[in-house]
Every structure is written in C-alpha cells, then in structure tokens.
Design a binder for this molecule. Structure first.
Ligand code: Z5A
Length: 214
C-alpha cells in the first residue's frame, strides 16, 4: 500500500474522527506511513479559514462566500499536504473532502452542483480519493453524539453549521447517499449506528480488499 488517498464522510457526529484514529493505528502497526488530516483545516492557512467558517458569530457569511472558502482551504491543503504526502508514498486519511462540499453546499444550501464541480476541479487539481468511507447515520443521532462530546470536552459552543435546522442536515445526508449511489466503487457506505469496533472491522475489510493489504 503506497501513496493512497482515503477520505471519510458523513453528517456531524457520525464517528469519522474515531474511525480515522483506529484505522491509522492499525496501518501504523503494520509499519505503514500515515498522514491524518481534515477539512476545513489541514494547514496553517486552513486553520485560519476553519475559524472563519465555523465561528457562530459569522452569521453574515453568504453561501457563495462559504463555498469559496471551502475551495480555498482545499486548494492550499492539496498543494501543501495531500499531494506531497501521496508522492512520498504515504497513506492520507482525510476527515471530509469534496463530497462534503457537494452534500453541505450543494444539497444543504442548494448551490449549483455544476458550479461546485467546476470549482472543485480547480481546488483539487483533479485529484479524487481512491476510496471514501461514508459513515451513515440519522442526523438526529449524529448531532446528539456531537453535542454530548462537546459537553464532555467542555469545548466551544456548537458551530455555525451545527446550528442549522434538522431539515438541513437531512438534506445533507440524502446528498451523501445520492453520491454513494452514483459512485458505488469509490464510496462505501457503512451504518454508523453499530458499535465502534464493528465499524472498524468493516473498514479494515474494505481497505484490505481494495488495496490487497494483508
Ligand atoms: N463542511 C462543509 O460544509 N463543506 C465542506 O466542504 C467541508 C466541511 C469540508 C466541519 O465540522 C464542518 O464543516 C461540518 C461540515 C462543514 N459541519 N457540520 N455539521 P467539524 O470538523 O468541526 O466536525 P465534523 O467533521 O462534523 O465531525 P465531528 O463532529 O468531529 O464528528 P465525527 O468526527 O464524525 O465523530 P467523532 O468525533 O468520531 O464522534 C462523535 C462522538 O460520538 C464522540 O463522543 C465519539 O466517542 C462518539 N462515537 C463515535 N462513534 C460512535 C459509535 N459507533 N457509537 C457510539 N458513539 C460513537
């Protein structure tokens, strides 16, 4: 397994971070070199963009501005982190990528899928993940988990996007599922309602089969 790009997608609280950590540990235990990263964020510039995007005080951000900021974040992330890591033969595990833009800004905010697609080609330089794990869960459950985690960690109040109504998050979930129907080879859907260990085992099976890793 060399120079591979795997993304994790799903609604808020679907367990992406938990599963990325488990997969990274399993791969590292086999002596493989892994880079864990996330969007928005992933670089110093990305961390600044992330702050703008998720700050609940930034209520005036328009949908198109939001889309451009996710695009700017991705362009920097691709150039500075993802492409170099793949060229060096590392396995990149990324928490959210282009599919999140289609699901949130396309299906959630109803921006043109055509414009999103064109912008994404510029931002990604045409790079697509080799594999995407979509952790699928009812958004009510996902948001409940995410809120619980925030309370446990005593972390910041919920962000700008978590504050959207449930119908927004349902459209986002539908968007992800539609993408998985359109690209069944790349996007593998796993029910995120299962225990953490069961989901991890399924992910390991998929990764082993896809990349002939034994
Ligand atoms: N966004 C966008 O609009 N457009 C874009 O192009 C991109 C992103 C790239 C990023 O938020 C926001 O940006 C996101 C979409 C938008 N907003 N929303 N909504 P973020 O990075 O701050 O958060 P997130 O990506 O949505 O993830 P999260 O809340 O950190 O959740 P997670 O990583 O999927 O889950 P987790 O942290 O692994 O688990 C959450 C809790 O559930 C935790 O306490 C776990 O212990 C627990 N958990 C995990 N798995 C299980 C299972 N299987 N059973 C029970 N409990 C579990």
């Amino acid at each position: 397994m060399k120079g591979i790009f795997i993304t994790f997608e799903g609604v808020e609280g679907s367990g992406k971070t938990t599963q990325i950590d488990l997969l990274a540990s399993a791969l590292e235990a086999e002596g493989l070199q892994v880079v864990k990263t996330q969007e928005p964020g992933g670089t110093k510039i990305g961390a600044m963009i992330r702050k703008i995007l998720l700050d609940p005080k930034n209520k005036e951000i328009g949908s198109m501005t939001e889309l451009m900021l996710y695009g700017a974040n991705r362009a920097q992330h691709i150039k500075e982190v993802i492409l170099p890591a793949i060229r060096e033969g590392r396995i990149v595990l990324c928490d959210r990528f282009s599919d999140s833009t289609i699901a949130y800004q396309g299906y959630g905010r109803a921006l043109s899928l055509e414009i999103i697609g064109k912008l994404d080609i510029f931002a990604t330089e045409g790079l697509k993940p080799s594999l995407t794990i979509l952790l699928d869960i009812n958004p009510e459950k996902g948001l409940f988990r995410a809120k619980k985690r925030m309370e446990e960690n005593n972390s910041l109040k919920e962000g700008r996007i978590e504050r959207e109504g449930l119908s927004f998050h349902k459209r986002v979930r539908e968007g992800f599922l539609r993408l998985a129907e359109e690209e069944p080879d790349r996007i593998k859907v796993i029910g995120a309602d299962l225990p953490v260990e069961d989901i991890h085992k399924k992910i390991i099976e998929i990764v082993k089969e896809r990349f002939q890793w034994h």
